[in-house]
Design a protein around this ligand. Sequence first.
Ligand SMILES: Cc1cc2nc3c(=O)[nH]c(=O)nc-3n(C[C@H](O)[C@H](O)[C@H](O)COP(=O)(O)OP(=O)(O)OC[C@H]3O[C@@H](n4cnc5c(N)ncnc54)[C@H](O)[C@@H]3O)c2cc1C
Ligand SMILES: NC(=O)c1ccc[n+]([C@@H]2O[C@H](COP(=O)([O-])OP(=O)(O)OC[C@H]3O[C@@H](n4cnc5c(N)ncnc54)[C@H](O)[C@@H]3O)[C@@H](O)[C@H]2O)c1
Length: 445
Amino acid sequence: MISCDIVIIGTGPGGESLATRLAGEGLDVVAVEAELVGGECPYWGCIPSKMMIRAADAVAEGQRVRRLGGSAEIHPDFSMVAERIRREATSGWDDSAAADRLTQAGVRLVRGRGVVVGERTVEAGGERFSARRGVVLNTGTAPAVPPIDGLDSTPYWTNREAVSAMQAPASLVVIGGGAIGLELAQAYARFGTAVTILEVAGRILAVEEPESSDALRDVLQSEGITVRESVSIDRVDHGDDGFTVSLSNDEVRAERLLVATGRRARIHDLGLEEFGVDTSAKNLTVDDDMSLVPGLWAIGDIAGRGQFTHVSMYQAGRVGDVLLGRDPGPYDTSFPRVTFTDPEIGAVGLTESQARERGIDARTSVSQIPASSRGFIHGPGNDGFIKLVVDAERDVIVGATSAGPTGGETLSLLALAVRAEVPLGTLRNMIYPYPTFYRAIESAW
Ligand SMILES: Cc1cc2nc3c(=O)[nH]c(=O)nc-3n(C[C@H](O)[C@H](O)[C@H](O)COP(=O)(O)OP(=O)(O)OC[C@H]3O[C@@H](n4cnc5c(N)ncnc54)[C@H](O)[C@@H]3O)c2cc1C
Ligand SMILES: NC(=O)c1ccc[n+]([C@@H]2O[C@H](COP(=O)([O-])OP(=O)(O)OC[C@H]3O[C@@H](n4cnc5c(N)ncnc54)[C@H](O)[C@@H]3O)[C@@H](O)[C@H]2O)c1
């Protein structure tokens, strides 16, 4: 039995930053990682997908020159971004640099799968570790693949294949119109792939405001992407001519198929049930300090408070504070998030329907980016809007959406307003620089 202060199972963004911080504070930290140090985000998630999006947006923006300032001939070359992802983002999916950073920070890195085998005790890499302070779980998610007939026996893509492909396929069918499906669908389409999105719900991006779904659907369709909502998929087949997805009345064919239908938390093979942790739900249930039971914490996607890198890192900060004897303060429930399509869909707090479900007397207002001075000046690619959800009783914004060319950045002001419950009167009595995109917030009152 090897003793230490803390064992962290899984080094996603939260686990990695927590391990580094605690080791820096002099704690004896063991981090266990089954795949790559850093988790999904740097190798198969945020970073490579946003690199694809950056390249795809440059292609789209280049084409807009024709409507703004001259002639341009763009020949999209997917191999350039594929190579950039391989070389600059992932070093060929090699985590040596991240592993070295961790060990140089004083963390003991154990390669292998960790399992909780006793109170504050973990088995990993053929050893047993006894952690005086406890164990932090940061095991993340895997793609949730729906039980569609035939799908299992086909060479479908998940996010991993989609961000590590060296060539753009001629055609792609995307099952799932959520964040992953929409971001990658648009990126591939801008490199010339004929894309069809199949969404089972009544609208794409169904977790956000209906206005977000409408704005995005219009843009995607205008770029030649086929968006089909409320579909029911009967089966999937694969042969020499690619994939065939059979729907109720017709079928869709494509060279490649991407499954992007949500994520499944990796919580079932950690031995947690032995210690009174309920693993019957989709995610673990934690308190505001991310504690499951005494001496056991969970952070990141498995903690059920949003599957985002910034959430994972925020939660790591809270556990770090607790372990270092500092008060982490109240949990930030404002929940800012951005879908990095073009237009970017930034959102914070409650949607209108969520606010009403909570019994809030919700007043909403919307302003359109193309109708703002900056949107007008911007011209092509100016789609978007600002939507505010105001608690009429308290006169504060409880939710907001900022869709547009800089929707994610414009969100920052709204995120602060929701987080700090800034009185609407203050936001009204404020000078908004002309002609910024965020002046559209003022017009939305
Ligand atoms: C395509 C894509 C794009 C995304 N884009 C964004 C974005 O733009 N912005 C954003 O905020 N979020 C984005 N996300 C989500 C983001 O990647 C995750 O929320 C983020 O990685 C946080 O996950 P995590 O900390 O829970 O752990 P993960 O990143 O999932 O890492 C968990 C780690 O634990 C390891 N592990 C699992 N089980 C064990 C075990 N038993 N023993 C040892 N190790 C184990 C795994 O190997 C993995 O390395 C995206 C996700 C995808 C798939
Ligand atoms: N920009 C970002 O921050 C970003 C980007 C990508 C992913 N993420 C995170 O990763 C998570 C997972 O992304 P995701 O897109 O896989 O999940 P998601 O839950 O966001 O979307 C999945 C979509 O698939 C649909 N779906 C489910 N089963 C289906 C079926 N059988 N047929 C057709 N459609 C079906 C759902 O209705 C939903 O719209 C996101 O929720 C988000 O938290 C974040």
